[in-house]
Design a protein around this ligand. Structure first.
Ligand SMILES: Nc1nc2c(ncn2[C@@H]2O[C@H](COP(=O)(O)OP(=O)(O)O)[C@@H](O)[C@H]2O)c(=O)[nH]1
Ligand SMILES: [Mg+2]
Ligand SMILES: [Zn+2]
Length: 367
């Protein structure tokens, strides 16, 4: 971990966290009492009492008492213990979450039931195929986005891109099992030679399989290609502050304001602010999760396998150095350095790999 970077602030990636979702039981729940209104709480207590009384009689007393049938939904906004869930017909419902389900995130697929008050309760969460999480202020892991298929790393001429930062994003993306895409935004700021120079600098990423799209949110350039790439996927835009993520999101989502108003209406009390994570449907298909607090993500508790997954081009050479504990620095017969000298590996990528490996090893020694 570089010094001066607060561990708790940037979101981190915890691949093992995904496994928690599989253990969520569908029954034997306790109600999430704290965030329910007094009226709801009383209702639930009555229901539970009646349920206990009717246990063994083969009836589901809940159905007769204002709790509708189970239905599936998608979490599209998250305000702590209150979620906005969208049903199959596109209707939004404010839902509490049963406590034993833990924290949910935008992108979670859920089973929920509506009260006759119009609000609902989430009773189960589907297995997540990916989960991006970060620790909150007291170190508890907090899910940020569930079921992401892809993360677009947005870059721009300013702020100047850093290969090390890009590589850290790509490792984090590979660690959760999502696909990575590079978007070089604000190309309206570049002349022909400036663009050629920056594209050349990013060429190593294209060579190892990361698509590179050129875009300008302001000049509405490259947006069709970006839309085509996002279609059919659940994605998130990541990148340093100032690269133009918010501008791109606005350009991609012409109905964003309408959606924000609909989410606000569904929250009932208080309004939905854009500082909360929100899942938007893209007009051409696909979903975009906007998590404005998430500027960059950091490596968290990832192992060296995750690191290696973020450097696919090293795979043919790993384990082929003369020394099994080779640090790929000055050791003789280093397969990675030899491959770099032959042009098979970009020197900057090897630099990043060495730095990240050293960082992970130092972190492992600490504890
Ligand atoms: N020239 C140019 N400026 C842009 C473009 N997109 C965003 N900006 C500017 O870059 C700054 C940061 O944009 P913003 O979308 O807030 O970036 P974010 O921090 O990544 O969300 C703002 O001053 C924008 O007006 C673009 O395509 N071209
Ligand atoms: Mg922004
Ligand atoms: Zn080596």
């Amino acid at each position: 971990m570089p010094t001066g970077v607060a561990r708790s602030w940037p979101p981190q990636v915890y691949p093992d966290f995904n496994s928690r979702a599989r253990r969520f039981p569908r029954s034997g729940y306790r109600m999430a009492g704290r965030r329910l209104t007094q009226r709801q709480r009383e209702r639930i207590e009555r229901l539970q009492k009646r349920r206990r009384e009717s246990a063994g009689q083969g009836t589901d007393a809940q159905d007769g008492a204002g709790l509708g049938p189970e239905q599936t939904g998608l979490v599209i906004a998250n305000h702590g213990q209150t979620l906005i869930v969208e049903n199959g017909a596109g209707q939004l419902c404010r839902c509490a979450v049963r406590q034993n389900l833990g924290r949910l995130a935008c992108g979670d697929r859920v089973v929920w039931r509506a009260f006759d008050t119009g609000e609902g309760v989430v009773v189960a969460v589907g297995e997540r195929h990916t989960l991006l999480a970060r620790p909150d202020y007291n170190g508890q892991l907090r899910p940020i986005a569930a079921n992401l298929d892809a993360v677009a790393v947005v870059l721009a001429p300013t702020p100047e891109p850093s290969e090390y930062l890009i590589d850290r994003y790509l490792v984090a993306i590979a660690a959760i099992g999502a696909r990575g895409l590079l978007v070089l935004n604000k190309i309206d700021l570049l002349d022909r030679s400036g663009l050629a120079a920056l594209a050349e600098r990013l060429e190593p990423y294209r060579r190892i399989g990361y698509p590179l799209l050129l875009a300008s949110g302001h000049a509405a350039h490259g947006l069709n290609e970006l839309r085509a790439w996002l279609r059919g996927r659940t994605s998130l835009l990541a990148g340093q502050s100032g690269v133009g993520k918010s501008s791109l999101i606005k350009a991609l989502l012409p109905d964003r304001e309408i959606r924000i108003q609909a989410v606000s209406a569904a929250t009932g009390h208080g309004t939905h602010t854009t500082s909360a994570s929100t899942l938007y449907h893209l007009p051409d298909g696909g979903d975009l999760i906007d998590t404005p607090g998430v500027r960059s993500f950091e490596l968290g508790e990832i192992g060296s396998n995750d690191l290696d997954r973020g450097f696919p081009e090293l795979a043919p050479y790993l384990g082929r150095c003369r020394f099994s504990d080779c640090r790929h620095e000055t050791e003789p017969d280093c397969a990675l350095r030899a491959a770099t000298e032959c042009g098979e590996i970009a020197p900057r990528r090897l630099d990043s790999y060495r730095q990240l490996r050293a960082m992970l090893q130092a972190a492992a020694k600490l504890g």
